[in-house]
Ligand binder design. Sequence first.
Ligand SMILES: *Cc1c(COP(=O)(O)O)cnc(C)c1O
Length: 411
Amino acid sequence: MTSAELTNAALTEQYQDHLLGVFGTPQRVLSKGKGAKVWDADGNKYLDLLAGIAVNALGHAHPRWVKAVSDQAATLAHVSNFFASEPQIALATKILELAKAPEGSRVFFTNSGTEANEAAFKLARRNAGTEEKPRTRILALENSFHGRTMGALALTWKEAYRAPFEPLPGGVEFIPAGDIDALTAALDDTVQAVFIEPIQGEAGVVELPEGYLEAARELTTAASALLIVDEVQTGIGRTGQWFASSNIVPDAMTLAKGLGGGFPIGALVTFGETNSHLLSAGQHGTTFGGNPLASAAALATLTVIEDDNLIDHAQQLGKWITAQLEQLDFVTDVHGRGLLIGFDLDVDTSAAVVTAALEHGFIVNAPTPKTIRLAPPLVLTQEEAQTFIDELPMIYRRATANLSAPSASKK
Ligand SMILES: *Cc1c(COP(=O)(O)O)cnc(C)c1O
C-alpha cells in the first residue's frame, strides 16, 4: 500500500471492513499526538479536549511517561502473577498513600475500568451475611455507568446496554441517584454493597447533591453494607483532587482511565483490614493486571501529576473554563468539577456540536443529546482552552445552522 492511500477516508473504509461495528463509524483516524494536540491521518490538527475519555492525563507523548514506558519495556515488560515486580509494588504503595487509605488497605490491579468493577462485584458478593441472614442484594444508582462486561453491566443503569445480554448476574437494584430517603428505604441487612460514582460521567457529568456521599457512608456503615465508589472516570486528579470521594473513607474504590496516562491499567482498592480479607487466595486473578510495564506507566503518570502540581492546575483551569462557559448565552448550565466538565446547550444539538467542533479542530464529546463533555489532559494550558472558548459560538452557530437547514426529503 502506498502512503497516498493512508488517508482518513481510505483507512476508515478499511476499519469498517475489518473491525467489529460496536463503536459505529470512527470520527477520524488519529495518527500522532503531542501534549494536548493530536493529528489525523490527513494531517489535520486538533486540540484534544476529551483525552481518550479522561485517560491521557499527561496529554500525548509526555517525555517522562515515554521514558518510563520505554525504559521498563527494555527492562522487564511482563511477568506472571506467580511473581511480583518493583513497579507494581511501588505503584500499590503510592496509590494507598494518595488515597490516605488506613492500615490493612490493599490494591488489586486490572487492565480496565470494567475489570476493576468486576473485582469489586466479587468483593461485594463476599459480604454474604450469615446462613440465617444472607445478604443477596446490591444497590446501584439510576443513570449509573460501571462498564460493559457482565457483572459491571448488571450495575449499569441504561436498559439498552443491558437488555440484549440478559440474564445478567442477579440481585442488583437501582435507586434514584442522590436521594437519601430512597437509599435509607432500600438499605437493610440483606444488602451486600452500594455502588456509587461520585460524579456520574457517562450520564453527562452529573454531580450528586452535597452531603449525599457522606450520608451514604453513614447509612452503609449502619447496615454493614459495603460502600464502593467507582472513581474510574473521576479519580487521579481529574476533578482537581486526587479522588472525587476523598471527603469520605469508602470500603472499596475502583480506578482506571487516568491511572495509566494512556496505558491500560485499572485497580480495585480495598480500605481496611476487614474489607481486604473478603477476597482470599485463589478467589480472583488476572494474567496481565499490574504487570511491570503497565505499573511503570501508571507510576510515571502519578509522579508527573504530583511534581507538576497538576491537581491544583486542574482545579484552577476548571474554574476558569466553567466561568467562561457560563457567560455564553446558548449554554444553560455548567456542571462537574476540575477538568471534568459538562455543559448543557439550549437546544438538543450536542451531536452536531461535536461534529462542528471537529471541523474547527476541537475534540469534545456528547454524553447526552443536550450535554457536551470536556475531559482534557490535565496539562492543558489556559491559552489552549481560550482557543476553544473563542471559537465555541461559531461552532454552535454552525451546528444549529446544519440542524435547521431546509431539507426537501424531510418535513
Ligand atoms: C469508563 C468507565 C468504566 C469502564 O471502564 P472501561 O475501562 O471502559 O472498562 C467504569 N466506570 C466508570 C465510572 C467509567 O467512566
